[in-house]
Design a protein around this ligand. Structure first.
Ligand code: GLY
Length: 376
């Protein structure tokens, strides 16, 4: 039986560092941070209203509030959350979960403010309209009348947006949202996951008939490779689906993705950007894939029905977090992000920088360890 670690010795120092740097960033940012260049945040254009990453910054502020108890951080989170609202009228992709689960539902859970719920319900309604009933999937990108290639596209990342729909069903009693989320997850399971437990970033379908066409990629190395952030989205997202539905196929999916990736991690447990890169070990890492994976593993550990596996998931999460804290944080530097060495997209030549979502999931994971009663 694996021995369970709960509160590693470095946890409080790591959280103190994260809250301190978040306060510093709050005092300098005028728009939403996305990635760093030369150690400084590049901010999204004001008319993007946070693009797909705005929820991560708001969520970080909510977590900093929960970690510190400082009401000025809750006020800042509320203020920044309001800047996401225009996305309820012009959003043309699936990222509403990232935006409104972290910006609003998390805020409601941590502050008790019920006024944060209606925008999240509205976001769930918009997301549910992206469901293609023939293919049983949620369209990832583009407007609902976009070209067939966009209307037929699914991505691993959408697994992270399903919890918004499960939450909406709980709130309203309308099971349609949860039905869409579970159907999309089953489609992802059937077509993105390969027999060896690896995943493709993208799948293409015929949007008229719903027929599966092929696996594909956008940010990974190739259609047949395994993009490390997509694999981490999957571990986390399938665990969410199991928590919401109790359906063991989702628990097994999350476990299978872990079984694939664990032996492929380097010694320090921080994934290279794609598990199939031929340049490994001389290639860039993606620290965001590591922090997403660590937080997803803590979530998986909390719902795992095999106690031995639960300890294994939790201990692995802690080992990843310790490696991030000791070797990938910006402590002792002037870099603005919490984590260094993320990779937004190597095929687009965007690598080795800080990423706001890497930072968010790092702090989420630390908070899951520090205060499990928050039920993040
Ligand atoms: N959702 C986009 C990404 O993971 O880069």
């Amino acid at each position: 039986m694996s021995k369970l670690i709960t509160h590693p010795s470095w946890l409080d120092a790591a959280l103190e560092f994260c809250v301190g740097k978040t306060r510093q960033n709050l005092s300098t940012l005028s728009s939403f941070p996305e990635r760093t260049e030369s150690g400084r945040w590049l901010q999204t254009a004001p008319d993007q209203h946070g693009w797909w990453v705005g929820g991560h910054w708001v969520g970080l502020l909510w977590l900093a509030y929960a970690a510190s108890g400082d009401p000025t951080l809750a006020a800042a989170a509320r203020d920044w959350a309001s800047r996401l609202l225009p996305q309820l009228s012009d959003k043309a992709d699936h990222d509403l979960g990232f935006l409104f689960e972290l910006g609003y539902i998390l805020g409601h859970r941590l502050s008790g403010d019920a006024g944060l719920k209606p925008p999240a319900l509205q976001a769930a309604g918009i997301l549910s309209r992206r469901f293609n009933a023939r293919g049983k999937y949620i369209q990832a990108w583009g407007a609902l009348d976009a070209s067939p290639d966009l209307r037929g596209r699914t991505i691993m990342d959408t697994m992270m947006n399903l919890d918004l729909l499960f939450w909406a069903s709980q709130e309203t009693g309308d099971q349609r949202y949860a039905g869409i989320a579970a159907a999309h997850a089953r489609t992802t399971l059937a077509h993105h996951i390969r027999p060896d437990g690896s995943t493709s970033h993208v799948c293409d379908f015929d949007p008229e008939t719903g027929a599966f066409i092929k696996q594909d990629t956008h940010q990974g190395l190739s259609a047949t490779s395994c993009w490390s952030r997509g694999q981490a989205w999957g571990v986390y997202g399938f665990a969410d689906c199991y928590r919401a539905t109790g359906d063991h196929v989702f628990l097994n999916a999350s476990r299978r993705l872990m079984v694939y990736l664990w032996p492929r991690l380097p010694g320090d447990l921080i994934p290279f950007w794609d598990y199939d890169s031929p340049l490994i070990p001389n290639d860039v890492r993606d620290s965001s894939a590591a922090s997403i994976l660590a937080s997803g593993l803590l979530s998986l550990a909390a719902i795992e029905n095999d106690p031995n596996l639960a300890s294994i998931w939790q201990n692995r999460a802690i080992s990843i977090l310790e490696s991030l804290w000791k070797n990938y944080t910006s402590r002792d530097t002037h870099e603005a992000s919490l984590l260094l060495h993320g990779t937004r997209s190597k095929p687009h030549n965007l690598m080795d920088h800080g990423l706001i979502y890497g930072d968010y999931y790092f702090v989420e994971a630390l908070m899951r360890l520090s205060n499990p009663s928050l039920c993040l």
